[in-house]
Design a protein around this ligand. Structure first.
Ligand code: GLA
Length: 700
């Protein structure tokens, strides 16, 4: 007997037909009521010259039932039980969640498929658990979450990247075949962000139907989108397990990471709106409800050259500029004079800090700032006391010499002694010093990640989460930033335990425009670390005026990363100006609804945030404009009948090169109604390449 499960949220429905296995019939716009003929009207024909039975594209497709694309589960028992076919055993559900228990009595496996639809945000969560119910061990190769999509989802948007170039996007046709991403780097990675979008042809920021996906996992993953030869299509995501990584004894279980997904009929804006709402309500746990403090991070200012007196001078000047949290980056611990040594020796370098760290921290606190410290706990340098004492604490494979990365190795967190050492060192730092914030870095990939010779990325990732969890339990008020050579570990699961991401080591404002835009599809601005760097960017040698740098950093969780002592009075004044502007709009930026506007000219990046009362829109001219005159800025996200005060709150400070005469309104406040703003828009000045302006709208 077939049954229907109807999950409902504020705006969406997911309708699942439950026969031998559960299968999605609809996932998208709200369906008011289930028609009695729904099952009949969705019955599929059977095509000539193929299997004689209909094969459902279920929530866990099976090879053994005739699904010839990627199965949801793979594994074996010494070569047997490798093609399980499941049958529904039990179902529990309400309007927002369903749990399907399935069994295969031949292969002796049980599956628990959990699907939840968050009422407020319309975000779906799905995970699968497999249990071995035989007395013979089962070697699991794969357990992924599958969600099917309608046939008009025929265009893909995927992510790629590398160090200093995170969150880059590409479009692919999605008519035949598919897309597959395998991440084997042992961390979320710059290269393979675990997310993608599928939508109706040409979907854009503001237009089209889109389904968005993100796997919350910080280790290896596999993410794919496939179109079957019969036109049915699906997205599948799960942990990528190395050969022999997971063995289940009788009664043991493996649980997949959560797959997060949502639907929008207002383009990518509807997707990011929903992910942000979900993340704000369910993932981020700030210890207190304070405003996100403006940072100064010492890295690009002084690198490894630590002199306490000088750092205190930096702190004084930082506070004068309006900085609220001062972070000492790499270089503070014993023997850390460069990147080749000392990771693992988490004791203060008393040669650099003969009077201890306390005077610096006290000084920072006296300036009214919180103090933060950089750590990279999972790592060890070959040239370190820790490595000399415990070379066997490294994740490695006996008999092989693995390559180092940044001259360092990864510690085996599943080794209990190593785990306790790290917990004790971090706990000691947090107990001894008044530290409000850790920047937790992770600067290399996992190569030959063996624990007692066995593959261990799964175990390492779980142990890492446990290290975070135990520390946070002991120090609940401390905030943590997830950094991994910039944006190498950005995902929802690490965000359950952290409070900010270092989006990229690239502080080049032009590059940041693309990086931050890509990141903004999933993560709200308050967790996106964005810093004003020096005029000449350290990672690209490109130069930008302060307008471009200030505006770009302003819309995230803002900071500065340079040596204020060495900057001119004029630059310092400008930093203070952008910090002040950020603080003025910080509440709006960090709680409002973020959106992006489809630009008429691809040389512009236009994005904003609004809360019903106010709106802030940034127009960034990335490159030479396409036409001599820019298209008017048409603002869609407003109430049509309301009246708004519109004014420019930030413009390039240098003289304009491409514009002879500016529109008069730039120096005035306009009063415009919602429909005028949406249908006619306001003219913009001709911006020179790599400059930006900010418009503020206030409902009257
Ligand atoms: C990584 C981080 C940087 C900085 C350095 C310090 O590269 O991404 O922000 O902290 O390490 O070594």
């Amino acid at each position: 007997m077939q049954k229907i499960v109807h999950l409902k949220s504020k705006k969406h429905s997911m309708i699942i037909k439950v026969g031998r296995v559960p299968e999605i019939l609809h996932w998208g716009a709200n369906i008011a009521k289930i028609d009695p003929d729904l099952i009949l009207s969705t019955e599929r024909p059977i095509s000539q010259a193929r299997l004689d039975v209909d094969v459902p594209l279920s929530l866990c497709p099976e090879l053994g039932s005739g699904h010839f694309n990627a199965p949801g589960i793979e594994g074996h028992r010494h070569g047997e039980d490798w093609a399980p076919v499941f049958e529904m055993k039990a179902l529990t559900c309400d309007e927002q969640s369903a749990s399907f228990t399935l069994e295969d009595t031949v292969a002796k496996l049980e599956l628990l498929i959990e699907v939840k639809l968050d009422f407020n945000s319309d975000v779906v969560q799905k995970r699968i658990t497999v249990k071995n119910v035989a007395d013979k061990e089962y070697c699991l190769g794969k357990l992924s979450s599958t969600l099917s999509l309608p046939n008009h989802a025929n265009e893909l948007m995927t992510f790629h990247g590398r160090w200093c170039h995170e969150f880059q996007t590409q479009r692919l046709s999605f008519e035949h075949g598919g897309f597959m991403q395998e991440n084997r780097r042992g961390r979320t990675s710059h290269e393979n962000f675990p997310g993608l979008f599928v939508g109706s042809k040409g979907f854009s920021e503001q237009v089209g139907q889109v389904w968005g996906f993100h796997l919350g996992w910080s280790g290896n993953h596999q993410l794919r989108a496939d179109v079957r030869s019969d036109g049915r299509r699906f997205v599948q995501a799960g942990e990528l397990l190395l050969s022999g990584e997971v063995h289940l004894k009788e009664g043991e279980e493996y649980q997949s990471p959560w797959l997060y997904a949502t639907y929008s009929n207002t383009g990518l804006n509807g997707i990011s709106e929903r992910f942000h709402e979900f993340v704000r309500a369910n993932i981020i746990k700030f210890p207190t409800k304070k405003a996100r403090p403006v940072h100064l991070n010492t890295w690009e200012g002084i690198y490894f050259d630590h002199k306490p007196e000088y750092i205190m001078q930096m702190a004084t000047e930082a506070a004068e500029m309006g900085v609220e949290r001062f972070i000492i980056d790499d270089g503070w611990f014993i023997g850390r004079d460069g990147e080749r040594a000392a990771l693992g020796d988490w004791y203060l370098d008393e040669k650099k800090y003969p009077n201890g760290l306390e005077p610096v921290i006290n000084h920072v606190n006296e300036q009214g700032m919180e103090f933060g410290l950089w750590v990279e706990p999972e790592m060890v340098s070959e040239d370190s006391n820790l490595y000399r004492q415990h070379p066997d604490w490294v994740l490695s494979l006996p008999g092989y010499q693995q390559p180092s990365g940044r001259w360092q190795y990864v510690l085996d967190l599943q080794n209990p002694d190593c785990f306790s050492y790290l917990f004790d060192r971090l706990n000691d730092l947090l107990t001894r010093y008044n530290i409000g914030y850790f920047k937790w870095d992770m600067n290399r990939e996992l190569v030959q990640p063996g624990h007692h010779g066995k593959p261990a990325v799964h175990g390492q990732t779980k142990a890492l989460y446990r290290l975070f969890d135990e520390l946070r339990l002991a120090h609940p008020d401390v905030e943590i930033e997830s950094c991994s050579s910039g944006g190498g570990r950005i995902d929802f699961e690490i965000l359950q335990r952290t409070h900010r991401f270092w989006a990229s080591d690239c502080n080049d404002a032009l590059e940041r425009q693309a990086i931050q835009r890509g990141m903004s599809y999933f993560f709200p601005p308050e967790v996106m670390g964005a810093h004003i760097g020096p005029a000449e960017c350290h990672s690209t040698n490109r130069r930008h005026a302060i307008n471009m740098r200030g505006v770009t950093a302003l819309s995230g969780h803002m900071g500065v990363e340079l040596d204020p002592v060495k900057e001119s009075a004029e630059e310092k004044q400008a930093f203070a100006h952008y910090i002040q502007l950020h603080k003025q709009y910080r509440d709006l930026l960090h709680s409002g609804r973020s959106f992006r506007i489809d630009p008429a000219d691809q040389s512009q990046n236009i994005y904003g945030v609004e809360n019903g009362e106010e709106m802030l829109i940034t127009v960034c001219q990335l490159a030479m404009p396409n036409h001599a005159l820019p298209a008017p800025l048409r603002v869609r996200c407003v109430e049509k009948e309301a009246t708004y005060e519109v004014k420019i709150v930030e413009m390039p400070h240098t003289s304009f090169q491409l514009m002879k005469q500016r529109p008069q309104w730039l120096d005035q406040t306009l009063t415009l109604s919602g429909d005028n703003l949406e249908e006619i828009g306001v003219t913009l000045p001709i911006l020179d390449p790599e400059s930006a302006l900010i418009v503020h709208l206030k409902k009257m």
